[in-house]
Design a protein around this ligand. Structure first.
Ligand code: GDP
Length: 199
């Protein structure tokens, strides 16, 4: 993509709850995934910035909605990584509620990018997220990250299988291979996100 619209992403705010989110206008895309799946790396790669999503990793900020502003009232929202070992159960439940409410009620939300490690995609959380998006009618695009760890044929097989499993869940989510260090699938990801933001 020649003019990468994500290049100018800037950290806007870390919201501990929905009331603290920027005004619900314009268009927004949320990034979700199990912790360690490669969400921060994907955000940084898409935005062509080396440390944009570092904020989301800062101690104390891992359980917040981290918001990045783009041009023309568009935003990317980094949701807390699911499965943080150190988070107590009660907090996990509360966070689940915040995220569910965010996904269900946020008017400006145009889509969810679901980050999954291509070596073990569609774990329980991923399936729940796909079904949730299906039920509330939110578009979902899956990035199968760390594709550089797979051979070309393994990658093709993984992608075909993931698409089949997604369809079997009754989801119409799209999926692609992605690698932050190898820049695999960057243009495809940017194009899909840009399309969702302007739909
Ligand atoms: P997050 O917890 O989902 O935000 O995951 P991170 O982006 O912090 O990545 C977790 C680990 O996986 C880090 O060690 C990254 O360097 C590594 N990683 C992330 N994306 C890729 C990728 O596309 N390829 C490879 N080989 N490693 C990756």
């Amino acid at each position: 993509m020649k003019n990468n619209p994500f290049r100018h992403a800037q950290f806007l705010t870390s919201a501990p709850e929905l009331r603290k989110m920027p005004a619900d206008t314009g268009a927004e895309i949320a990034f979700a995934g199990r912790s360690n799946a490669g969400k921060s790396s994907a955000l940084n790669a898409i935005c062509d910035q080396s440390s944009l999503a570092r904020t989301s990793k800062t101690p104390g900020r891992t359980q917040l909605l981290n918001v990045f502003g783009l041009e023309e009232g568009k935003r990317l929202v980094d949701l807390p990584g699911y499965g943080y070992a150190k988070v107590p159960e009660a907090m996990r439940v509360r966070w689940r509620e915040v995220i569910d409410t965010y996904l269900r009620e946020r008017e400006s939300l145009k889509g969810v990018v679901l980050i999954m490690d291509s070596r073990h995609p569609l774990r329980e959380f991923d399936q729940q997220m796909l079904v949730f998006c299906r039920d509330i009618g939110i578009a979902c695009h899956c990035l199968l990250t760390k594709a550089d760890k797979l051979s070309r044929s393994e990658g093709a097989r993984t992608l075909a299988l993931a698409r089949k499993e997604i369809a079997a869940l009754g989801s119409n989510a799209t999926a692609q291979l992605f690698s932050a260090p190898a820049k695999t699938g960057l243009d495809e990801a940017r194009g899909t996100l840009a399309g969702l933001l302007t739909a």
